[in-house]
Design a protein around this ligand. Sequence first.
Ligand code: PRP
Ligand code: MG
Length: 213
Amino acid sequence: MKQKLRIAVQKSGRLFEDSQRILKDAGISIDNGKEQLKASSQNFPLEVLYLRNGDIPQYLRDGVVDVAIIGENVLIEKGEDIVKGEKLGFSKCRVSLAVPKSFKYNSIQDLNGAKIATSYPNTVKQFLQKSNIEAELHIINGSVEIAPNIGLADAIVDIVSSGSTLFKNNLKEVEVILKSEAVLAISPQISEERQAILEKLQFRLKSVLNART
Ligand code: PRP
Ligand code: MG
């Protein structure tokens, strides 16, 4: 049987639309049925798996998928060992520390002993360690910005894109921990045969990216 490259893309959320678009612009037509969690292309040896963002690093590590379109921030949090390929130029965001507007913030020192709510514990731990700060982490998976308003935390670390979620929750961004965008991530387990298909995909993606600039 002819081999197909297996690519993971976000099932729903911020990367979904742009991921679909870049594949389409690369001339790869995918027949979905978003309801189906797996789809195939008719004109390119590609199989698409629609997955939850946070699960993708593990699938890449295990070789269950060969490549993925994923935010760098997720790789930094959960997939330091995974090969980062092309930057794809969309889903740009920052992972930032924010505090209530009323907080008189001077420097990161102000967070010694504070409670910080986040969905990115590894990223935050590394950042705190580098800054020589000890803080208590509360790990929550969504709606992180609500934490200071309900007395759960003094500060938060989360994704900031337009800044509107921070604004609506009376928070201000005080430190940018990292900047992120969508990238093509590659499994360390990819086979030689699929590597050859990947190179074709990369060639097409590069043409799309060049045409866009
Ligand atoms: C994400 C992220 C921030 C927000 C940032 O949340 O966690 O809360 O978007 O975007 P903005 O700066 O443009 O407002 P999302 O809406 O995806 O929901 P979730 O946190 O509940 O997963
Ligand atoms: Mg959110």
